[in-house]
Design a protein around this ligand. Sequence first.
Ligand code: PLP
Length: 386
Amino acid sequence: MIYLDNAAGSHPKPTVVANAMYRAMTELGASPGRGRHALARHTASLVEQVRGQLARLIHAPDAEQVVFTAGATMSLNMAVFGWLFPRGGHVLSTSMEHNAMIRPLRSLEQQGRIRLELLQADRWGYVDAAELLHHIRPDTSLVAISHGSNVNGAVQPLEEIAAICSRMGIPLLVDASQSLGLLPIDVQKLDIAMLAMAGHKALYGPAGVGALYVRPGMELLPLLSGGTGGQSELPAMPEEYPQHLEAGSLNVCGIAGLGAALDFLEAADPGKIYQHCMKLCAMLADQAAVLPGVKIHWGRKDRPRLPVLAMEIYGFSPEEAAEALDALGVCVRAGYQCAPLAHESLGSLEQDGLIRFSPSRFTGSEDIRLCVLALDKIIREKDGSR
Ligand SMILES: Cc1ncc(COP(=O)(O)O)c(C=O)c1O
């Protein structure tokens, strides 16, 4: 099997991830911070260690500002509802967002709580930072953008956008689901207010675990309320982080897996993984572009992009192409990739989206060669049947 759907969830995981999860499952069954016994303390110390690893990765000023969640969707919902529900105002986002960002924003818009304005990306998927400046209003209460596109890999000009937000005093929410683990992110240097992280993509952790970084001083209404393992006498959620946003029992097993994944990532060097995956995407783009009827959508060559490449193949619907490739053992993602508005910008909405290819640290050049052969075969067979 050739797995090229790593932007949805990386596979395989490093062996150390499965080992750490097994160890957590068999040896660390206690609820962290909820008992005075040794097992609860050991479990809590593992959780805090992983929190520290994530904080180092994003250069957070304080590990306590990193809150564990069930994934980037939950992180984005917590950020969007937690910040905007009590405040309202005008919100700027982009046409390149995943539904995990757009749907919570739209929900608040439909409730009449915010005015949502979406900056349209160009046909390569990039938004213009100067245009953002133009659209800021006196009551703009949030700028919400994804760092790198999960559709065609376009990487937004985060430094410029962050500099504008910082200068204007507008909180910036960044969805780093696709970029974290591939590109460096420094939340302090960029003065990012909130950063959503997914554990199961380029961080190589398991699904069902993610995190939200919240800048000190941001006042967020907790989306969830419940037990926090301490200060149980309070009628409401404690003010201190991470407890303020961390209601309920944590996914210790997932957090243990994420910790091992972050160790793996550090040892493998995210910069080297990025170069490896970019080289594979460049191979795929070069070799597939000469096949009849193939059009590549992969950001722009002269702009930053992620190793997430999409294609359209003349005469195939994306679903049909993905099923034909699957029959040859190649796993790719077809359709809108949960980002329908991005396809409007890229011009692929009418044709039901695109086929997406995303390699990982575990993909090799032989996988790409076989994928191109499979593409060639499905195209030739289709041509033969016409
Ligand atoms: C850009 C982007 N944001 C958010 C998400 C949601 O992430 P999770 O699966 O961790 O909830 C994804 C996952 O597909 C994504 O690609």
